[in-house]
Ligand binder design. Sequence first.
Ligand code: SF4
Length: 335
Amino acid sequence: MKVLLNAFDSASHAGPFPNLAIMKLAAFHKAKGDEVALIGKGLKRQTIMPDPDRVYVSCVFDWNGSQAKGLRLMSSAPEFYIGGSGIDLVNKLPPEVEAAAPDYDIYDGRGVPGWRYAIGFSSRGCNRKCGFCVVPQKEGRIQPATSLDMLTAGFDKVLLLDNNIMQDPEIETKLRWLADWGGQVNFNQGIDARVIERKPHLAPLLVETKFRTRSFKSKIVTLAYDYPHYHNIIERAVKILDDAGFDLRRQVQFYVITNYDTTFEQDLFRVNHLKSLGTAPYVMIYDKRNAPLNVRRLQRYTNRPALFWQMDWKDYSRRPLEKGEFLAEIQIGDF
Ligand code: SF4
């Protein structure tokens, strides 16, 4: 059987990233002797497969869902499956596919930054209920998944997809294990600042791990500052990280979600608050296509560290629109 795998939206400004479900499907079908090909946005090398018998499309982000669903109309394959969080929160891989060890070979030579590394979940789920996040509905409460020694076997780098690893009842043991293991680790979904604030003893363990960004190029750990009313918690968490030995400006960043249910003033407050604490914000935009210009400008200003640390928002906001900002504005029809 000829099987075409389409990692539809596994790419961002930082380059393509591997899709775990696609790697499991590849392993499952290769074990059955099927011929497998991979295509996907941003991949350096696409594999041509004329007339596949079966197509799988994985779509991670809901804003790409309708475009991904359109592929069904264009496909002549007798069997066509589409899934992922961008499509719905119910469909899961069949248990026999979920149990397969990922086929890492399929991403070799595809231009994934930092490749090769182990990838997987040591836990799934989250006990919080942030309105902008699909995890509570999709994954439920925190529960154990694959052990760290199984996940990392044969690798010296691991990208952990855990939805909220800091809530794991075994977090202390896991951080100790990662520090002793000595390999590089990317906490892909970030570190929960509220847990750091409640359990300060975890910060010295965290700083002992070889934490890295997703490309494994930079030594940065990411937390989140979702709402302005967390300001006291964030201040205490930053102090705890500082005391534990983190270089706040170079090794710590905070996601600041915007355009969800905060005002622009509240977004700006969080950005400036983090700056005053000596640590770096990283602005994320919910539903970016429909975000107002000032929010998109705040992102352009904040996420460029050289500019951010050199200039205040007040001065940046008075500058003329940059080329990208002007074009974006035309695209959404504001002019
Ligand atoms: S803490 Fe993180 S994983 Fe949990 S619901 Fe909020 S955003 Fe989602």
